[in-house]
Design a binder for this molecule. Structure first.
Ligand code: ADP
Ligand code: MG
Length: 396
């Protein structure tokens, strides 16, 4: 599906003040960025604007400050430093967002210069999408660019606000994310295999529902598999289960059958007598889970079954680990699926915080076609929802 909003390519930015919302919500340890993925992801748009001779004003949130003023541990300064380090550009930083100091720093900008404002969430009004916040931010720019995919699902002051006052365009990251994650529903190369795991059915119901509309095969793993087992009449011992969602899981299986979508559930499982680092795994078939055991991972036969389905795929979307991958003895299922995706010559699209962490843990990130930078935002797209940040942009 083509992206339906205007992008920076459509904007006249030479010599203009470009106010850009980025997602620099990076993890910090002792004031140093420990994962710079999100800073890197914003660079193509920043580079483009700089080459065009724009004055670039970057803003973002970082962490969850109280919103009553500056909190040093949530300062964006380390992210600004990281941007300077990665690009070699001179990146200015001002420890103010909505006040006179910020305004003065903006006014001093020359063409091609870059300024990072302090954390937009140091003021409560940002999260409330207060129009005063939006007006102040908009006064810094002639043009607004949204490239913060990770927060595009939040209708907050710095995300949607400036679009009410300035012509608003998408950055390259936002465009690519939306294009990729909606593309799997528009015209996926088939067979399209969707893999969904993680802990709960309840948190993935919209994702499962929408994927059944588009996928040829739906692979299910992780804790949610056990609620599907209940729907099929199996007993699941002490496994994670959501009794209230059994009926819905059953409806999902029925819907898939009606649509001719193949659903793969685990045929065997690694089970343990308790949930813990010291728990020992044993393998049992899915219809023979003992009353005092809980499912922690997919078993070896299932790994093979899933890998075969993935091998045949032309498109793969994956969200949610196959087991409790944080514990090494229950990581084999997630690793096997990750390796199968990495080895397949399909287009592979990965979404979700823990799934991405798992792929990084196995060192397979560069084998994937696209790893989404947004957890919540990517899930909302896969549920078929529109993102408020994107909606606010100019139509192409
Ligand atoms: P993502 O962040 O990729 O969307 P989720 O947040 O839905 O994924 O789920 C990830 C969590 O699911 C992990 O912490 C993992 O330990 C847990 N999980 C996976 N399989 C099981 C299982 N069989 N029992 C309990 N928890 C599980
Ligand atoms: Mg998660």
């Amino acid at each position: 599906m083509a992206f339906t909003k205007k992008t920076v390519r459509d904007a006249d930015v030479a010599g203009k003040r470009v106010l850009m919302r980025v997602d620099f919500n990076v993890p910090l340890k002792d004031g140093v960025v420990t994962d710079d993925t999100r800073v890197r992801a914003a660079i193509p748009t920043i580079e483009y604007l700089k080459e065009q001779g724009a004055k670039i004003i970057l803003m973002s949130h970082l962490g969850r400050p109280k919103g009553d003023g500056p909190e040093p541990q949530f300062s964006l300064k380390p992210a600004a430093d990281k941007l300077a380090e990665l690009t070699g550009y001179d990146v200015k930083f001002v420890d103010d967002t909505y006040g006179e100091k910020a305004k003065a720093a903006v006014d001093a900008l020359q063409d091609g210069e870059i300024l990072v404002l302090e954390n937009v969430r140091f003021d409560k009004r940002e999260k409330k999408n207060d129009p005063e916040i939006a007006k102040t931010l908009a006064s810094y720019g002639d043009v607004f660019v949204l490239d913060a995919f990770g927060t595009a699902h939040r209708a907050q002051g710095s995300v949607v606000g400036p679009a009410a006052y300035l012509p608003a365009y998408a950055g390259f990251l936002l465009e690519k994310e939306v294009d990729t994650l909606t593309g799997i529903f528009a015209e996926p190369e088939r067979p399209f295999v969707a893999i969904v795991g993680g802990s709960k059915v309840s948190s993935k119901i919209g994702v499962l529902d929408h994927l059944i509309d588009s996928a040829d095969t739906l692979i299910i793993g992780g804790g949610m598999a056990y609620t599907f087992f209940l729907a099929k009449g199996y007993t699941v011992g002490t496994s994670l289960k959501e009794e209230d969602w059994v009926e819905r899981a059953g409806e999902m299986l029925k819907k898939a059958e009606d649509k001719g979508v193949k659903i793969l559930l685990p045929i065997d499982n690694v089970v343990a007598d308790h949930f813990g680092e010291d728990a020992e795994g044993e393998v049992v078939d899915s219809d023979k889970i003992p009353d005092d055991r809980m499912g922690m991972d997919i078993g070896p036969k299932t790994r093979e079954l899933y890998a075969d389905a993935i091998k045949a795929a032309k498109t793969v979307f994956w969200n949610g680990p196959m087991g409790v991958f944080e514990m090494d003895q229950f990581a084999a299922g997630t690793e096997a699926v990750a390796r199968a995706v990495a080895d397949s010559d399909c287009t592979s699209i990965i979404g979700g915080g823990d799934s991405v962490a798992a792929i990084n843990k196995f060192g397979l990130a560069d084998k994937m076609s696209w790893i989404s930078t947004g957890g919540g935002a990517s899930m909302e797209l896969v549920e078929g929802k529109a993102l408020p940040g994107v909606e606010a942009l100019l139509d192409a």
